[in-house]
Design a protein around this ligand. Structure first.
Ligand code: SF4
Length: 343
């Protein structure tokens, strides 16, 4: 590219549909060569509309969502593809970040870059609709409305993707909505079934989510608190502290006087999603056992003290009695000795 070989035409296309058009064009040129040969060309193709500007990292890191191209005047895209709605601003942002100078990059040798690809076409198999339906079923697409045909997997439709799975060209789980749904159902399962109470707040201390275990601690229904201030059920101070100081709290024992319960409270601030997650372990039983054990120990010590005291008193009485009788014996024996001496 740098050499700017004059025998080459250089062009770039972006967006899946445009890439497909370019490739189909090349195939056509090959099948029906034009009178005037086009020569060689170097084509840079980006699957993402807008190239890296439309890439997944940009969508994740920039707040603006993509919108259908038909709503945006942006040359070079076909209807149905998506780009970001602020291409100029995004381009300038990236350009500023990149700076004037090239980055130091690692280069592979020509040999390392050489790779042969076997044609996949001989593997094309048609197992029929039933097999395709089975793959779709495994992807959780059991109704027509489940087939989103979003193209995230690189195939235009879910059925094309299912066919590719049967041909061994794609893996079953290579479906973004499927993975997202699976991850959500996985985390939903954990949140629903964990014995720990979980409460999620936004930065204005409003309850966004609460699980069944937390509802049991507070003895409420989720709908009674969702969207409301957390102060209604919990002291907001540690949540505010975690959010302001960006320092998580782990396993802090707290007594909830209103509910007569002890909890171990962990509070985590997720800065990226602007949420504060409170995890509560109900340790009331554990605390009651601890208190009972302490009471038992205290009473045992009390009893032991009383026994020792009694024993001491008895010893003292015995000692004093022994002293008295010893003195009397001494007097008697002395008198007896005097009588014997006089005789
Ligand atoms: S990513 Fe999933 S939903 Fe989207 S087209 Fe592919 S199979 Fe269908």
């Amino acid at each position: 590219m740098v050499k700017e070989n004059p025998r080459y035409a250089y062009l770039s296309v972006d967006g899946i549909d445009n890439c497909i058009c370019a490739i189909e064009d090349l195939v056509r040129q090959k099948q029906h060569p034009p009178e005037q040969p086009l020569g060689k060309c170097f084509i840079e193709m980006s699957a993402c509309a807008g190239s890296c500007l439309g890439g997944p990292v940009m969508s994740a890191s920039m707040p603006l969502a993509s919108m259908p191209i038909q709503n945006v005047q942006y040359a070079g895209h076909l209807p149905g593809t998506t780009i970001r709605p602020a291409p100029v601003r995004d381009y300038i942002t990236v350009s500023r970040y990149a700076g004037e100078k090239d980055f130091e990059t690692f280069s592979y040798s020509a040999e390392e870059l050489d790779k042969k690809f076997a044609s996949l076409s001989p593997r094309r198999i048609h197992l029929g609709t039933a097999a395709v339906e089975e793959v779709l079923r495994k992807l959780g697409k059991t109704r027509p409305e489940h087939e989103l045909n979003c193209g995230s997997c690189g195939y235009n439709t879910c059925r094309e993707k299912a066919q590719a799975v049967l041909e061994g060209k794609a893996t079953l789980t290579m479906c973004l909505p499927y993975l997202k749904e699976r991850a959500e159902s996985f985390s939903d399962n954990i949140i629903t079934n964990t014995p720990n109470g979980i409460i999620v707040l936004n930065e204005t201390m409003e309850v966004q989510q609460i699980n069944a275990a937390a509802c049991r601690i507070f003895n409420i229904n989720p709908k009674d608190i969702l969207g409301d201030q957390v102060i209604r059920v919990l002291d907001p101070a540690p949540f505010i502290e975690t959010c302001r100081e960006e320092k998580n709290i782990y396993n802090r024992r707290v007594y909830l006087a209103d509910y007569q319960k002890y909890i171990d409270q962990t509070i985590i601030y997720d800065k990226n999603y602007h949420i504060i997650i409170g995890i509560m372990r109900d340790v009331t039983g554990e605390e009651a056992r601890k208190t009972a054990k302490e009471e038992f120990n205290r009473r045992t010590i009390e009893i032991t003290d009383r026994v020792i005291e009694k024993q001491m008193r008895a010893v003292q009485e015995i000692a004093s009695l022994l002293g008295e009788t010893t003195a009397e014996t001494k007097v008697a024996l002395t008198k007896f000795k005097e009588i014997l001496s006089n005789e």
